[in-house]
Design a protein around this ligand. Structure first.
Ligand code: NAD
Length: 315
């Protein structure tokens, strides 16, 4: 199996799970500098000992490398998580998102067209729903991306549809909803809030604090990905969310409780590109993947904060 972006936050949790289940896993990652690459090296360092784990340092924009990798290994399954994330940066540097998230995805699909696979999983995002007012978000509902990041993920989905249609490649598109938990990307809101509240610094609260996000614990996301691997779908799209949106103010007060510290809040205007609410309808994922998220936000934050404190002790 191949996991692209396997050294990242979600990818490293997935690789861990796949190895624990006895699979051979190749992790492809370019350790880019969007956040400290040393964090990504730490994510996978315990896995390097495992003989069934192979690390390939490469870039999905490099078609020649992809082609020779696929020729040599003939992956039975490919889970594509490598991407440039981050809504705000995507407004400043949209071209980067098109190169990595669109052209990079196209390169993988091209490699699959040449060398075949039993299943391709595309890690998409709730940001494809953007400003839709059809809430909760259903897989067959309206899509209105409002950031270049959201548009790049939607473009990746559309390329998947095309490659299914023309080349009969079996594909599952999974739309992840704000994923959190140990090893979360340091640029993401929950991780930033925990760090800043812990250090007594100011946290930036955009808008009135009533915006809501469907925060999903990383182990639940991994359950959903693993479930999608073996079902033999021709082409399906699924939401992987918690289906319980949480208001920003509630999120902050729960983090305060977990840390036993008070936040110093700086109120700032709403940010362009950020939807007011994200809310997954998970009826289809429940029915076809048996996907049932287990971790409530209070428990998930408690586990995240415990991990954060442990990681801090180890420097
Ligand atoms: N974290 C979330 O809340 C969330 C929500 C929706 C969708 N997603 C999607 O899930 C996937 C994983 O996200 P994450 O939060 O773990 O991010 P992450 O940045 O921790 O992981 C992505 C990994 O991909 C690698 N990568 C980036 N560009 C690459 C390239 N050109 N070639 C090879 N490797 C490259 C990075 O080095 C990184 O290790 C992404 O596709 C992201 O868009 C994440």
């Amino acid at each position: 199996m191949l996991v692209t972006g396997g050294a990242g936050f979600i990818g490293s949790h997935l690789v861990e799970r796949l190895l624990a289940e006895g699979h051979e896993v190749t992790c492809l990652d370019n350790f880019n500098h969007y956040y400290d690459p040393a964090v990504k090296r730490r994510n996978i360092s315990p896995l390097l000992e495992d003989k069934r784990f192979t690390l390939v340092e490469a870039d999905i924009r490099d078609m020649d490398t992809l082609r020779s990798l696929f020729r040599e290994r003939r992956f039975d399954k490919v889970i594509h998580l490598a991407a440039q994330p981050g809504v705000r940066l995507s407004l400043q540097n949209p071209g980067l998102y098109m190169n990595i998230n669109v052209t990079g995805t196209l390169n993988l699909l091209e490699a699959l067209r040449e060398f075949g696979t039993e299943s391709f999983i595309f890690g998409s995002s709730s940001s494809v729903y953007g400003a839709t007012e059809a809430i909760p978000f259903r897989e067959d509902g309206e899509l209105k991306p409002i950031s270049p990041y959201g548009a790049s993920k939607r473009a990746g989905e559309l390329l998947c549809e095309v490659y299914r249609h023309v080349y009969r490649i079996p594909i599952v598109v999974l739309r992840f909803f704000t994923v959190y938990g140990p090893r979360q990307r340091p640029d993401m809101a929950i991780h930033k809030f925990i760090r800043q509240i812990d250090r007594g610094g100011k946290i930036s609260l955009y808008g009135d604090g009533l915006s809501r996000r469907d925060y999903t614990f990383v182990a639940d996301i991994v359950d959903g990905i693993v479930a999608a691997l073996d079902k033999g779908f021709a082409f399906e799209t699924f939401n992987l969310g918690n289906s319980e949106p949480v208001a920003l103010r509630h999120l902050i007060s729960t983090i305060e409780d977990c840390l036993g510290k008070k936040a110093v809040i700086e109120n700032l205007p709403e940010q362009p590109g950020d939807p007011f609410v994200t809310y997954a309808d998970i009826e289809k994922s429940g029915r076809l993947l048996d996907y049932r998220p287990q971790v409530k936000i209070e428990q998930g934050l408690e586990r995240f904060v415990r991990w954060y404190e442990e990681a801090k002790k180890q420097g």
